[in-house]
Design a protein around this ligand. Sequence first.
Ligand SMILES: Cc1ncc(COP(=O)(O)O)c(C=O)c1O
Length: 389
Amino acid sequence: MDIKRRFNVPGKKYEKVVRKPPKGFDSANDFFEHVFMDKEMIWMGQNTNHLHDNTIAQAMSDCIMSKEYCKYPAPEGFTELKELILKDLGLKDLNLLLTAGATESLYLSMHGLIEKGDNVILSDPGYLIIGTFADRFADHVTYVPIYNEDCQYKLTPELAKKYIDNNTKMIVLIDPLNPLGSSYTEEEIKEFAEIAIENNLFLLHDVTYCDFAQEHTLAAKYAPRNTLTIYSFSKIFGMAGLRIGAVVADYEVIDVLKNVVVNDLGVNIVAQQCAIAGLKTKDEWMERIRNQTLNNQKLIKECVDEIDGVFLPVYPSSGNMMGIDLSRARIDPKRMAEYLLTKKIFTREGEYTSKNFGQNYLRVSFSIPEEEIKIFCKEFKEAVEVLRK
Ligand SMILES: Cc1ncc(COP(=O)(O)O)c(C=O)c1O
């Protein structure tokens, strides 16, 4: 008898969401562990940032040597860190909850605010786990197709309006968008803010990659009572393995999220100290990392422009990742990712970030040393010639 019937568990809860393991691996976890353990692997598959010097690492090391980690941290986050995050965003009169990565913030937002009868709108392509979380609580999750030039590869205000219905409770804006790097103008953000206020719905503004963008506007500035701003230390701060992030919102909204908290004893204290150091020193390293990342994507653009049948849907990307469209060269992105792995380059096939358009593109991230980008460019060019035959 299956688990649902044995324990009389309600519908959605036990529907399995298991990622298909890549070829040759029993599970997605085995695959990630395999690439992680290979110290020579060029890391372009996770939008992480490999360009930091020791500034942040030193703070972590100091915290470890002080052995402060034997105590529990303040459960909702240290005040200094919370104030630094709000200052970094330039937001006032809002509260925040510190979480184990932006991922936990995304989950708590869905758990706390979405219930049966509610619909949630997000884009396809997009960061699919958000939809998966939404699906656990909502009646319906609408994936708006955006993989086309007409909408500039993003969920526009016009598109959102088209898909809103009486039950829509939340619109998810990933800005810049994982996987393509599309982002919003201030005008568009203002329009989204108006939509949220007029329709009395939440705007979940995931700004995980905002510091890579040349320009960025926070929806919370125009619709502070309707917006949840999802903040991550995994990308520009280069702290993905430390698992720390936050959700910023109206005091009342944060109180609702506190009701569904699991991590009741707080977020890793070493990560919090490291985050404080990262925010305090951001001015010292941010421009260098941003410029290096921008230059790296230029190198990839030059390489792609030289290859027939391959193009970048969005350029420049406002994030530290981009999609490379392979469809006109008739190359399956999965085969491309597998091929590059044999050259010790880890990238992601489009399926990872799209239900309906994943067969078109490969996603690569580029906040890695320039020498590695050059290796990628050389191998990618060869790979296209091998695979299109
Ligand atoms: C749009 C988006 N939001 C959130 C996350 C997860 O961030 P974190 O590592 O802080 O959990 C990612 C990770 O790639 C992402 O792409």
